[in-house]
Design a binder for this molecule. Structure first.
Ligand code: AHM
Ligand code: MG
Length: 333
């Protein structure tokens, strides 16, 4: 490698020095996420070789079949974070309820909670398509020293301290924000090091890709159907290009890099859509906003929604600013 690339470890230390009163806990937490990401990446890359593909034979709390790798990724993430003694609580899309974590002294003095989707899009693994991990970090609202409560997890997205995703694709990338821009790191698997490959990521204001499961077309409300017709029409330098992997992290990552809009609207069968506010929409909305884009449920900014339940679902529209604005304009007609 000719150019000097900053490693993720170096980057985390540099950023910590930007905060005068930093205790280093968030840096330690990011380092633990980095480690968990590498461990999961290793498993995902071997998925075709070892017996980890296919259904686990059980269902998760939303009644969906759990894949073996979902379960493994959930365990790896939780154990890696618990072992490092930085969190007071974890909530995962795969588990019914949150977990309260004691610190090394048997008390509850840690101050961060983490919410995650350990392996999003896991039905894609059997066909060798990209999957991802999504994470979201908050400062607890309950008093330090007491066990965490549900309120520590049910916080508005705009209160996130950090959020990001890992994409296990043709290469593994970790992309995250602490509210001061978005940076992307690519894993060199030979030496197990993430390098800063995508500094200060920005999503173009325009954009020409739309991503939606169009199989649901007949179940969408009329104004969303009209927006899809608009995307397909020839006027104003269109039609846009349709791209839908069916793996949220991969679809969002592509649209951040190339410019586009991701949509998972409510349907007649599922009026709140499919995606979970706390584990999927909030963290991705934080990243997208920090990259200069927008995220909405069709009425409100995602990050302004007051959560009411751990597994709450919301319609999700996110991406390039001008595309989300145009959609908004058509939804309120
Ligand atoms: P999951 O969390 O159970 O993997 O489900 C979320 C996934 C997203 O990755 C993807 O965008 C969406 O479900 C695809 O859903 P659909 O097949 O309905 O288009
Ligand atoms: Mg998911």
């Amino acid at each position: 490698m000719d150019k000097k690339y900053t490693t993720l470890g170096e980057f985390i230390i540099q950023k910590q020095q930007d905060f005068d009163y930093s205790t280093g806990e968030l840096s330690r937490l990011m380092n633990a996420i980095k480690l968990a990401a590498k461990r999961i990446s290793n498993k995902v890359n071997k998925a075709g070789l070892v017996d980890v593909t296919g259904a686990y034979g059980s269902q998760n709390v939303q009644g969906e079949d759990q894949q073996k790798l979902d379960v493994l990724a959930d365990e790896i993430f939780i154990q890696t974070l618990i072992d490092r003694d930085i969190l007071c609580g974890i909530a995962s899309e795969e588990n019914d309820d949150y977990i309260a974590i004691c610190d090394g002294n048997g008390s509850h003095n840690n101050k961060y909670v983490l919410l995650m989707d350990p392996l999003d899009g896991s039905s894609n693994i059997d066909v060798n398509v990209s999957v991802g991990t999504i994470f979201s970090i908050y400062r607890r609202v309950s008093a330090e020293g007491t066990p965490v409560t549900k309120e520590d997890f049910l916080q508005k997205g705009k209160l996130q301290v950090a959020a990001g995703y890992v994409i296990y694709g043709s290469s593994t990338m970790l992309v995250y924000t602490t509210g001061n821009g978005v940076n992307g790191f690519t894993l060199d698997p030979a030496i197990g090091t993430f390098y800063l490959s995508h500094p200060n990521m920005k999503i173009t204001e325009g954009g020409a890709i739309y991503s939606i499961n169009e199989g649901n077309y007949n179940q969408l409300e009329e104004n969303v159907q009209k927006y899809i017709e608009y995307c397909r029409s020839d006027e104003d330098k269109k039609p846009y290009t349709a791209r839908y992997i069916g793996s949220l992290v991969a679809d969002v990552h592509r649209n951040i890099l190339k410019g586009g809009i991701y949509m998972y609207p409510g349907t007649t069968k599922n009026p709140n859509g499919k995606l979970r506010l706390l584990y999927e929409c909030n963290p991705l909305a934080f990243v997208i906003e920090q990259a200069g884009g927008k995220a909405t449920d069709g009425k409100n900014n995602i990050l302004d929604i007051e959560p009411t339940a751990l597994h709450q679902r919301v319609p999700f529209y996110a991406g390039s600013k001008n595309m989300v604005d145009k959609l908004h304009e058509m939804l309120v007609l």
